[in-house]
Design a protein around this ligand. Structure first.
Ligand code: COA
Length: 242
């Protein structure tokens, strides 16, 4: 099993667990990610995705990549899985320790929130292997860090260390390795204290292309304005003040 799943009422923790191959993302991992997405589409919960043994993921599995053909490239095997992760109804938090390279970095870019340890090394060395980063880096990384920085990273193949990733806003905070998971859970606790439907709608609005605004907010808010949970939460607030 390359992906360990731990289910809780309001969250799921998925741990990439193939340490002997530095959690290289192979077809079995992609299949497991699809199963995980199916689970979270059926019963939406916040997802923490993390690695093992001081490594998030050292890339797509190069042994499998080497044998892939043009037809395989057109099937967008990793891109399709990472898009599904990105599109999950509830937030996705990537907790990154050590290497997050190539496809591992692209899986992290697909998350809504990234946190890391001081030993993070994140980047896309694909051109050095004679391929492009085709599972999200060329469109997601510019959205996260801006065009100039994304171009520098993808055209040189250099990896950022934790401090630089923090400065660039690629990760939002750094934590010692033994506190990383607890920090991720604290983020989930904050999310869990809010209205799940409002969280899902916020994520949908954030994910909607510019041309869809403000129509998308109007519709989502119209639904929330008549939700019993909104009345309850606002009444609670007003009555506590009295
Ligand atoms: N795909 C397939 N196998 C990988 C892998 C990958 N992306 N990354 C590591 N492995 C395998 C190694 O081949 C090795 O297997 P072996 O024990 O059967 O020889 C095992 O994982 C351990 O890797 P090793 O290189 O010995 O570990 P390390 O701790 O010395 O170095 C890295 C770690 C991440 C620096 C190094 O493994 C590396 O450069 N990996 C490839 C990174 C990359 O180019 N990723 C982009 C892919 S698109």
């Amino acid at each position: 099993m390359t992906l360990r799943i731990e289910e809780h009422r309001d969250r799921v923790v998925a741990t990439l667990d193939r340490p002997e191959k530095r959690n290289a993302i192979d077809q079995a991992t992609i299949d497991a990610l699809h199963d995980l997405c199916a689970l979270l589409e059926r019963t939406p919960r916040t997802l923490i995705i993390t690695g093992t043994d001081g490594v998030f993921a050292a890339g797509a599995d190069i042994a499998q990549l080497r044998d892939r053909t043009a037809d395989d490239a057109r099937r967008a095997i990793n891109a399709t899985a990472f898009i599904r992760v990105h599109d999950l109804p509830m937030p996705v938090i990537a907790a990154l320790d050590g290497y997050a390279l190539g496809g591992g970095a692209e899986l992290a870019y697909a998350a809504d929130i990234r946190i890391a340890t001081p030993s993070l090394r994140i980047g896309n060395p694909e051109t050095g292997l004679g391929i492009i980063a085709a599972a999200g880096a060329t469109w997601r990384l510019p959205e996260i860090v801006g065009d100039a920085r994304a171009s520098e990273l993808l055209l040189t193949g250099r990896a950022l260390d934790a401090e630089e990733a923090l400065r660039w806003g690629l990760v939002s905070s750094l934590h010692p390795a033994d506190e990383l998971l607890a920090a991720a859970h604290r983020i989930v606790d904050r999310i869990a204290a809010n209205d799940p439907l409002a969280t899902r709608h916020t994520k949908r609005a954030l994910r909607t292309p510019r041309a869809g605004h403000p129509a998308i907010e109007v519709e989502l808010q119209a639904e929330l304005f008549e939700s019993p949970e909104k009345i309850r939460r606002m009444t609670d607030f007003l009555e506590k003040r009295r």
